[in-house]
Write a protein that binds this ligand. Sequence first.
Ligand SMILES: [Zn+2]
Length: 426
Amino acid sequence: MLHIGVDIEEHDDSNSQELESSPELFLDNEAVLGLNSPNCSQSKSQPDTIKQPQLIHQPELNDLIRELSLPKNKSEYLASWLQERNLLMPSTKVTVYRKRNAELTKFFQFNISKTLCYCSDINGLMLELGIKHRPEEWRLFIDSAKASLKAVLLHNGNEKPSVPVAHSTTLKEIYESMNMILNELQYERFEWELCGDLKVIALILGLQGGFTKFMCPLCLWDSRATNFHYIRKDWPQRPWQVGAHNVKQTPLIDPSKIILPPLHIKLGLIKNFVKALDKNGDAFMYLKEKFSRLSEAKLKEGVFDGPQIRQLLKDANFRKKLKTKELAAWSAFECVVYQFLGNYRDPNFKILVTNLLQAYRDMGVRMSLKIHFLHSHLGFFPENLGHKSDEQGKRNRKRLFPHSFSQCIKTLAHKTNSKTLEFSKS
Ligand SMILES: [Zn+2]
């Protein structure tokens, strides 16, 4: 066991930067190691033998640096500091951390068409990161944006770092791209739960995109039968038959592996709420003023992001501008966000959701797919939504692997896509 770890282990990420500026920390460790201490041979606990320092091997040093989440420059600083004091085994190299990303990029390769950079050995990558990969503890998050398509493994409970496993800057957001990502990541072998926005989920399940009659991945809810919205709760279960009920292609994964995304449910709830607000009323005018950078079109469509929703939820002035029915709906939305869609699930969450649906109906909010999930599929939400969220907040920022690694994979994908780099498997 590494003696120097005794004192340092208690320092978390936020304290790691103190290493450079806190020589006391090392002095303490010297004491632990029994170095430079005139009294060490006279220690009462070691009366007969002089405690020899244990020289540090490369793997031990690597583990320590990983535990401390040190970036490249600080890793090298710590290694040279130990080397200067002859505390490293002769074979231990201090410059190895400059090339640390290379240790991880060896687990990545490109597909034949060089459109996707992906991890070809997930167990190996996890092991390199000091993690034993148990697929049931992880969920695969596929994030699709205009400029990139990426896949990241997120730890359920978010205690372990998120691990980027695929990245592309050229693949389009289509069924075939999802198929390629899942194939290259050997999804059939690991069968993680999967989260993503509803568009990604629809693609993976082979559903036709856009506003279709049967858009729910779980049942045959008729999105166009507005007379039944907020009234009919039970709809027939979806049969997965290609060609019927907007199923265009064979589902790529077992639909039961899908996790409904809480962040997107929130975004959907606020979107339809804002769309139903009186556009000449005080509340909408207040939103225009508060989010002056948002275009009027976006505002009317209620397109907000997570931080903007949080900002609005804290804003007492916004509440004051709402009319009676709007305020009832907003208050119900607040309750559902805090007591159902986050880390905490209120024992009465079903009542809270029912209140929300009633208030939305009274206010004249149109039912969307996301509102339908709350109406018809409450049992489908995992027990602790915060643990399996699609929201990558502060809890996910803890990284045990190099800070620049994610960027490195991104850069590799960019370079290869622009054909400036020939990536070899080595
Ligand atoms: Zn449904």
